[in-house]
Design a protein around this ligand. Sequence first.
Ligand SMILES: C[S@@+](CC[C@H](N)C(=O)[O-])C[C@H]1O[C@@H](n2cnc3c(N)ncnc32)[C@H](O)[C@@H]1O
Length: 199
Amino acid sequence: MKKSFIRKIAGDTDSVGSHKTIKLGNFRHDRNLEHGKEEWLTPPEIIRAFGPFDLDPCAPVKRPWATAVNHYTIEDDGLLRPWHGLVWCNPPYGPKTGDWLAKCAAHGNCLALVFARTETQAFQKWVWPFAKSLFFISGRLSFCHVSGDPGGTAGAPSVLIAYGDLADQRLRDNQIIAGQYLQSLPSKLIRLRLKNSNK
Ligand SMILES: C[S@@+](CC[C@H](N)C(=O)[O-])C[C@H]1O[C@@H](n2cnc3c(N)ncnc32)[C@H](O)[C@@H]1O
């Protein structure tokens, strides 16, 4: 297995904390000059390991490789368009990430890639209650520039989130990417069980 797109981290401290630490790390935001938006592309090894996907609803306008059979870009506004099939979603990072995770949860057939910031409101609201399983990637990813070249090492660890059975199957079938697979019992189910056990 090629590991160049993953950096091993031994006991560093900049992976925890506020969003500010992301900016202080060596994770560089790549500016799309046409749109002024940030572009952090998924390393192709990840797409190969967990794909194929039917749709990437948030793909770059100019992309060095396909991430799915169909792509929406910022010009389509993939948040507003209908989603179909198994979706790959490495969403725009920042305050809008929660909106994308909400749509992943509503679609229910999606593999999402975000920073493993389990403390954030977006994670609490749209990951734990809806995810079928999660895969915490070992080390840190090097996301790619729109040129296809690898960027700096991410300032935080990444997690893959499976919404639905098919995405969960992709995580369980993975024999390539190192990390920790965890089944998630959506917290709504836990609440329901607790409620029923009180009857
Ligand atoms: C973190 S990058 C991930 C790119 C790609 N999904 C991948 O996995 O490599 C987020 C992408 O979302 C795009 N984007 C931002 N807002 C969008 C929108 N409203 N609709 C569709 N794409 C959008 C950006 O241009 C950028 O390419």
